[in-house]
Design a protein around this ligand. Sequence first.
Ligand SMILES: [Fe+2]
Ligand SMILES: [Fe+2]
Length: 317
Amino acid sequence: MDTALQLPSTALYAKSIEASKRVRWDIDRDVIRGRTFDFSRKFLPDALARIQNFAFATPEEKRFISQIQGRTYANMFAMVERAIGGKLVQLQAPHALGDQVVFESLVRFTDEELKHQELFRRLEKLMAAGMPAGYAFVPSPNEVATAVLSKSSWAVLGLTCNIELFTLDHYRQSIDKDPDASELWKDVFLFHMKEESQHAILDELEWQRENAQLNAAQRDAAVNDLIALVAAVDGILHVQSAADAEYFAKNCGRALKAPEEQALRTGLLRAYRWQYIASGTKNERFMSILGAMLTPEQMQRVVKALAPILDDAGALQ
Ligand SMILES: [Fe+2]
Ligand SMILES: [Fe+2]
């Protein structure tokens, strides 16, 4: 393969700057617009919350489950965006005195992720104001970001590309006409998607740039790093789904029976596995970028590592 032909051109980065200027939004003026959350509405759409897995719950309880998941969604994104920001600073530095178009596109990308972090922190505060005390987001964003950044750039870019692409899928799942869905949350999905779709293009360019610099042995090690990153994400999902199950059980207003509590725990882990791992692997764009970089054996390794998670999330049906 002649990698020189595959290298991204400055023109593609210039286009991303143009698009970034065109879609740019403001947290207060465009997204929040002075609103607070309506707690009689669901936060995450049913498809994303995998609400079919909570058959034991009453309609009110299902709504509470979707609100807890929405709160965790905001915290999860604020956390991954911190790691992405850290990676972007590393990627930008070599361009500071070089191609100023590439430099600007990556600086804008970083600025937008900082804004997204602020948006999700603001949402967390608004949700906390109307929910019972005791919710805890367990992972430490800085510890997680440090662990992520210790892996190879290729793997971090792969994970980032996956995250930004699945944000677009999450938006598509939010546009169903559900009268019980929160209008503010719908806008969060919409506006986040607008900038993430630009980021996904830059991720792809940077991932391919990094890929072209690796020899076969380095790429093979990077594949193992990517698998390790997905396993680390899965570890986080285990911990957070358990914390969220406990929060629900304490605040749902009745004593759950043992099988209900089990279904709650399983349902939350499956929902989070769907949101943060499985929905990305369903993304055709992501799988085709990844597939073009890997040997069939490496692809098999990735598929084998993911299979138990995807199966549990219901993504293999
Ligand atoms: Fe973002
Ligand atoms: Fe992004």
